[in-house]
Design a binder for this molecule. Structure first.
Ligand SMILES: [Zn+2]
Length: 85
């Protein structure tokens, strides 16, 4: 993990522009979803990892109508909705 550090000040609306070189290095482009994680001394910004909204699994997750769902939960829902195996 790169340990480059930069000093930035939040805007009046508390927004933050991430320096372009850091964004490019991290592969975070404008419009990219990010995850914010509280850590001991602040907030960690990282690329968004899709997580199933039903079981929390990060495996085989797809987005459907704005919701992230894994293949297993999608199959369960399909089974319950159609009554078929
Ligand atoms: Zn799931």
């Amino acid at each position: 993990m790169n340990t480059e550090s930069k000093h930035k000040r939040l805007s009046k609306a508390a927004s933050l522009t991430i320096p372009k070189d850091m964004r490019l290095a991290a592969g975070i482009l404008p419009g990219t979803a990010v995850d914010l994680t509280e850590v001991n001394d602040g907030i960690l910004i990282s690329k968004h990892v899709p997580i199933c909204r039903f079981c929390g699994s990060p495996e085989k997750v797809v987005e459907y109508r704005g919701e992230e769902i894994c293949a297993k939960c999608a199959a369960k829902i399909c089974k319950e909705a159609t009554g078929n195996a």
